[in-house]
Design a protein around this ligand. Sequence first.
Ligand code: C2O
Ligand code: CU
Length: 498
Amino acid sequence: MPETTRRRFLSAGLGLAGIGALAACSAGTPANNSTGSTAPPPPSRPAPSPTRGQRVVAATLTPGQTKIDLGRVTATTWAYNGSLPGPLLRATAGDFLRVRIQNQLPASTSIHWHGIRLHNGADGVPGITQPPIEPGAAYLYEFVAPDPGTYFFHPHSGVQLDRGLYAPLIIDDPREPGGYDAEWIVVLDDWTDGVGQSPDAILAAFRAENGSVGTGMNHDMSGMSGGMQHGGTTSPLGDAGDVVYPHYVLNGRVSTAPSTLSGKPGQRVRIRFINAGADTIFKVALGGHTMRVTHSDGFPVRPVDTPALYIAMGERYDVTVRLADGVFPLVARAEGKTGGALAVVRTGAGAPPTPATPVPELDRQALLGTTLQAADEAKLPEQSPDRSLDVQLNGQMKPYAWGINGKKFGEDTPLLVTAGQRLRMRMSNMTMMSHPMHIHGHTWSLPGSGGLRKDTVLIPPMQTIEADLQADNPGAWAYHCHNIYHAEIGMMTTLRYS
Ligand code: C2O
Ligand code: CU
């Protein structure tokens, strides 16, 4: 067992009183554990510990069952520290993060720091980088966050993300150019837990269909009727998600009881959007305003003005807006589905918008992330690929099955690369649905999008997108669709190198 994971294998049953002991353990007391064949390749880097002068940002997260007021709707769900979204975790690029988990859930869990290029041992994927954190157990994540930007964290355990287990993670730029007066963090989510079917029941029904993946193109049209079930509209992104949600929430509030974001007319506000949904692409707009998109998945882009923006599951976008005078709807419409999430933006007098308030910006052309280009300072150094891998996304809604290269996770063949190589992944979507594909531990550079940096890229039906990465962070890295039901059913594999 490599040192980096060994020191994290802390025994189950450690109560709250054990936190002090936990800290002591983390100083490097070895514990002998073996994970057998699922053990990751040995990371070639030693486990990090804070260097002299490095700032340490410490936090404690307690995932547990709790009752959440979504506004006019109350749901018993699972959340971090009893709040929805969970508590904001914020640090500056280069800081050392030390996060203690105290699992009070009735199930084992884990935390993945989505988008952060951290060392493999802290990546939070049970069976690949760590053992599950059992109920009642404590666990310690320690890592350095190298890149500024908008991120979030969530469990990598079953479909727990589709409960209330998610929270924003903001890494500030020590050289932030600023240029804005205020900041709003906007977390979007599709909601069923404690109101409609539970995520586990939804997954069980999908599993019961017992579909197989197959290879090549799938022109199966049953998904179309699936879209109709939602009473939804047709979308350029293909079939809508697979799940019907009773609600969509913005910062934990349903659209009939929205939260208010206040500002002053003329102020420039940076909005950090995070899509924490499990099965929903959102189309977002701020009524009466144009948004200037400045960052995608944490990294700066050449700024583009747009009336509306698509945000897929796992994606983040930063935009700036210059606030007008009055009251405006900030809307996130569930693409291809019925309904959406809402917040009220208030800078002056006026009646608040309702979910029925028309938002003409939503009828305009929405920006798709892959049309953006990297800002010069975000580009990877120019290099032609040393290796190319073809990755096919396969599957269909009826009978429910999703996979990669014709295989479900578990039967998959890992993607291999050699340390130091520039890898090109050519991802071809052979299905009738869009898939937001996510890579752990790396940020791709998209050659078809002017070097745009992304860790989550939406691939529309029947399209191919190339994504390059620099193999400079050895380990076993999950690579999967961020539709959490697709991932759990099998649209997942790993990228491995040592
Ligand atoms: Cu946000 Cu592997 O996930
Ligand atoms: Cu998918």
